[in-house]
Write a protein that binds this ligand. Structure first.
Ligand SMILES: *Cc1c(COP(=O)(O)O)cnc(C)c1O
Length: 388
């Protein structure tokens, strides 16, 4: 399938050829652990489903194309994907991670993999000099998120990719927050993209998944090897659900972002809101960077489905949470249904309090994941919940 096709077309067609045997337009789900061999070691490209499964291959081909890449390696969760990436390291290797990284990435790095002889260092990847200062001879990867969760700070992917090239370090971007529809880090020079497919790729809050995407064959081969060795693979059913979900990703993510932009504009001057963070607001310190880095399939800026607001006190926060109806109090994001969470005690519960203080993540910060409901219903719900 031509790589020149646009996002929405690839989402429908790549990996979605009708079934060769029956012509079924919706691809079959290959619920099998093993495959008949015509002789010892003679098979039709499949021998055991930990190594390869036709439904998983369809999904991997599809999702890789949506980041403009050749290789997609699917995992059972976002954390399984990130862990597999770090399993490419050798003892003594050093990795630089954005200081405001996803809580699970922090936990895996500090509480698990640091004990295996890998070194992780956390810096504010918004600032190029801070990143450059900690690059060492044994630095192998820089791993960053942009925008970050939940403070929505941006990192300049292109600038960091150039820095990486000049130091022979590889760049990985956790692109979960923007989805493949809203940002393509490989196009800015990153070597690898990671997604928690649990979020916008699945998009319906009904499964867990993760994926690593790259154009580098040697890296992809190593990651397929780790995938088959560790076996943290998604089931054929989840792969089929994901293949189905990417077909509507463009529609969903655009609508979510449009809803979020409207809410952010309307709420910016609300008297009960102390501060609001959204990369699409001109008041966001990195609005200009957002406009050149976060682009939809038509090259139009897109600012994502997440808004963070500060209400000033724990009382105001709890009052809001007790009144809000359409936003369900829950972790996760990127689904069709709106969710609300307090990262301090929920998604970032395992990040030490000192670090949360240092990065400016307070107990009063509320993160909204905006869904695809009607904008006026979402707006009415938020304004009634903000009433004292
Ligand atoms: C959810 C999330 C992860 C982890 O993904 P799981 O699918 O929950 O394992 C990693 N990074 C970001 C930015 C996330 O939001």
């Amino acid at each position: 399938m031509s790589k020149k096709l646009r996002f929405e077309t690839k989402a429908i067609h790549v990996g979605n050829k009708p079934d060769e045997e029956t012509g079924a337009v919706s691809p079959p789900i290959h619920f099998t652990s093993t495959y008949q061999q015509s002789g010892v070691g003679k098979n039709r490209g499949f021998d055991y489903s930990r190594a390869a499964n036709p439904t998983r291959q369809r999904y991997e081909e599809n999702i890789a194309s949506l980041e403009g890449a050749n290789y997609g390696i699917a995992f059972a969760s976002g954390m399984a994907a990130t862990t597999a990436l770090f399993q490419t390291l050798n003892q003594g290797d050093h990795v630089i991670i954005g200081r405001n990284t996803y809580g699970g990435t922090y936990r895996m790095a500090v509480e698990v993999l640091s004990k295996h002889g890998f070194y992780f260092e956390f810096v504010d990847t918004r600032f190029l000099d801070q990143v450059e200062n900690v690059i060492k001879p044994n630095t192998k990867w820089i791993f960053l998120e942009t925008p970050t969760n939940p403070l929505l700070e941006l990192c300049d992917i292109k600038a960091i990719a150039q820095l990486c090239k000049s130091h022979d370090v590889k760049l990985a971007v956790d692109n979960t927050f923007m989805s493949p529809y809203g940002q393509n880090p490989l196009a800015f020079g990153a070597d690898l993209v990671m997604h928690s497919a649990t979020k916008s790729i699945g998009g319906h809050s009904d499964l867990l998944g993760g994926v690593l995407i790259t154009n580098e064959k040697e890296l992809a081969d190593r990651l397929y090897f780790i995938q088959k060795s560790g076996g943290a693979v998604p089931s054929p059913f989840d792969c089929w659900m994901l293949l189905r979900s990417t077909k509507t990703m463009g529609l969903r993510v655009q609508k979510q972002s449009d809803n979020a932009m409207t809410l952010a504009n309307r709420l910016e001057s609300h008297p009960s809101i102390e501060s609001i963070m959204y990369p699409g607001l001109e008041s966001h310190p990195q609005f200009e960077l957002a406009k050149c880095q976060q682009l939809n399939s038509d090259g139009v800026p897109i600012f994502g489905s997440i808004i963070s607001i500060e209400l000033g006190s724990v009382e105001a926060r709890d009052h809001f949470l007790s009144k809000i109806k359409l936003f369900t109090l829950a972790e996760s994001l990127g689904g069709v249904e709106s969710l609300v969470c307090v990262p301090f005690g929920m998604t970032h519960g395992s990040v030490p309090v000192e670090i949360k203080n240092e990065i400016g993540l307070t107990e009063c910060l509320i993160r909204l994941s905006v869904g695809i409901e009607h904008i006026e219903d979402l707006y009415d719900d938020i304004t009634q919940a903000l009433k004292k």
